[in-house]
Structure formats: structure tokens, C-alpha cells
Design a protein. Structure first.
Length: 339
């Protein structure tokens, strides 16, 4: 293997001003998070292309890139405005994988786009939220303008809102809004209520928006995963291991070095460094071991930690998802998770 250089090494040499931070990042991988993932010289002809929107659960791969753990010649993140864009790009073969919810993955499969789960990013436990202008409440929701993205996640949250308010869909005014524009539309007063998510939810609350409901009310219903086309499981196997190892290294880095991690994340989330930790409070973030447990049994055990709260409890997929995941064992592929 003489002369074989990893993407990480080249990134460190090209960013000497951040050498100490990069050296700490290398230590994370040396600690056993990615055995073998960085040692192979074999690479696919083209980089692994992964589509994502801005969402805290997906941000660890961008944090890993900031830490110098991901070389874009091996893994290229494609930033999109909506998961609908990712679904179209996957169908067209323009991406090897994307960050999606389980609902979105199942819709893609129903539409003929075969996808496999190789990583569980998070379970939403408050990160998806419904916010309102005062004095709107659940009791006064009837006939109000409700902005939401016409997607699987938007529909799940809207359904939860209507159930909580005891209303039917024809008793509100539905206003289609892309998730990335929910903050703008709400601030302009074009809607009375908006179905949104982090980081927009925290920013709106700081300016006075009232939280009516969030995903903590529907535990296990919104699950974010890394969905990959089957062909990429073979053609980009090393890159997938490399990406997932970087994700977990960045996840641990956030928990043990929150200030440094927040400094890297703040520009992407368009928040101050002090505000960054708030966007992770509504997420359960399974580590590598918990990923394996959840993929095997469809449950995840929540450990105490700075970004996921305290206590230990079992957290299961919501019953509404299970009928659609009868082929769960064929849907997941654990080969790319760190040992």
C-alpha cells in the first residue's frame, strides 16, 4: 500500500490553517469508528452523490466535511431545496443516495425506484413542529390558513394537527409551501399557521411564534434515513463506509466538543453559535450500535447525551409505518455501519 494517500490526508495538507482541528478529527477515526474505511486505494470512477436538504439530522455529514473527514472526490453532497427534488434526482439516476424520511423512501419504492436504508440519521421527537401567530390556538384553528409542504412529512404533521384540533381537512385553508420557505411565508403573514421543522422552527419561536404541536406527539412516526440505490451498494461500497464513518465521528464530536461543532454548523443553519444546540433537542440521534439494534428489531435505545437528552428508553417505529415495512429485512443493509 506504499504511496496510497487517503482523501482525509490530502484535505489536512490543503488546510494547514485548521491543522489542529483536522488532527483531532483524525483521532476520531483512529479511535475505531472507521476501521478500513480510509485505507483502501480502490475508488469508484465517480464520487458518491448524496442529496440533502438543510435539516439538523443530516448536518453531521457536513460537519464531517468541515472537520476534514470527507473528501469531495469520494463523496459529493448535493444541497437541495426539498426532498421532492431528491426523489426526482434519484429516479433520474442523478444521485446514488439521499437523506429521506421512511415515508418518502416507501413512496419512491412504490413508484418503482428501489432504495435501501444504510443509515438511520434520526427520529424526530420535536424537530418537526406546527407554529402559529398569536392568538391562534388548536381550539381556534378552524378556517385558518395553514401552510405546509405537500410531502409525506408535511402530510403526517398536518394530519397530527387536525387530529389534535378535532378538525377535518376541509375545515382549514390549506396553503402549499415548500419547507425551505416556511419561515419566509410565516413572517410575511401569508399564513396563520405553518408546518415547519428545524432550524426554521427555532428561529420563528424566538421571534414570537407559538408552538401548537410537534413531532413529540407522534413518536417514531418521522424517521430520517440515508436511502441508497441498490447499484451503489456495490459500485460505491467504500465511499458509503467512508461517509457513514464520517457521520458518526461528527456526531460524537458534537457531543464532546459542542462549541467547536457549533462554530462549524452555525453558517449552514443560519444561526448564532449559541443557538445551534437548540435545533438538536427535538431529535433522537442513534449511534452506530443503536443503528444496528434498530435495523435488526425496528427499535432504538436512546442513551443520555448532550444532544439527545437524558435517560434510557426504548423508542419504536410508529405502528402506522409497520404495515408498509413488511419486507424490512430486505429493505435495510447494515454492511456499511462501523463494527
Amino acid at each position: 500500500m506504499r504511496g496510497c494517500k487517503t482523501g482525509f490526508n490530502r484535505t489536512v495538507m490543503q488546510n494547514s490553517s485548521n491543522y489542529s482541528s483536522r488532527r483531532r478529527a483524525l483521532a476520531w477515526l483512529a479511535a475505531g469508528l472507521a476501521p478500513g474505511a480510509l485505507s483502501s486505494c480502490a475508488r469508484p470512477v465517480s464520487p458518491l452523490r448524496i442529496g440533502t436538504i438543510v435539516y439538523p439530522g443530516y448536518e453531521f455529514i457536513y460537519l464531517a466535511r468541515a472537520m476534514g473527514l470527507l473528501d469531495e472526490s469520494r463523496v459529493r453532497m448535493i444541497e437541495l431545496l426539498a426532498n421532492e427534488d431528491a426523489l426526482r434526482a434519484l429516479a433520474a439516476g442523478q444521485l446514488e443516495g439521499a437523506a429521506l424520511t421512511l415515508d418518502e423512501l416507501m413512496r419512491a419504492r412504490a413508484d418503482g425506484v428501489d432504495l435501501r436504508v444504510v443509515l438511520i440519521f434520526d427520529l424526530s421527537a420535536g424537530a418537526n413542529a406546527v407554529l402559529a401567530h398569536a392568538p391562534v390556538t388548536l381550539k381556534t384553528l378552524a378556517n385558518k390558513r395553514v401552510g405546509f409542504e405537500d410531502s409525506e412529512t408535511g402530510s403526517v404533521m398536518l394530519d397530527a394537527l387536525l387530529n389534535a384540533a378535532g378538525l377535518s381537512a376541509d375545515q382549514i385553508q390549506k396553503v402549499p409551501v415548500r419547507l425551505g420557505r416556511t419561515e419566509e411565508v410565516f413572517r410575511l403573514g401569508a399564513v396563520d399557521v405553518v408546518v415547519t421543522a428545524e432550524p426554521w422552527a427555532s428561529r420563528l419561536e424566538r421571534s414570537g411564534a407559538q408552538r401548537l404541536l410537534d413531532s413529540a406527539a407522534i413518536p417514531g412516526r418521522i424517521v430520517d434515513v440515508l436511502a441508497v440505490r441498490p447499484q451503489a451498494l456495490e459500485t460505491h461500497a467504500d465511499a458509503l463506509k467512508y461517509l457513514i464513518a464520517g457521520h458518526f465521528a461528527a456526531q460524537r464530536f458534537l457531543q464532546t466538543n459542542p462549541l467547536q461543532a457549533a462554530q462549524w454548523l452555525a453558517p449552514r443553519l443560519q444561526m448564532s453559535v449559541e443557538e445551534v444546540p437548540t435545533v438538536f433537542r427535538g431529535l433522537l440521534l442513534p449511534d452506530a450500535r443503536q443503528n444496528v439494534e434498530m435495523m435488526r428489531s425496528q427499535t432504538v435505545q436512546e442513551d443520555g447525551g448532550a444532544s439527545v437528552g437524558t435517560g434510557v428508553r426504548k423508542f419504536s417505529l410508529a405502528p402506522q409505518l409497520l404495515p408498509h415495512l413488511a419486507d424490512w429485512n430486505q429493505l435495510v443493509d447494515m454492511r456499511f455501519l462501523p463494527s
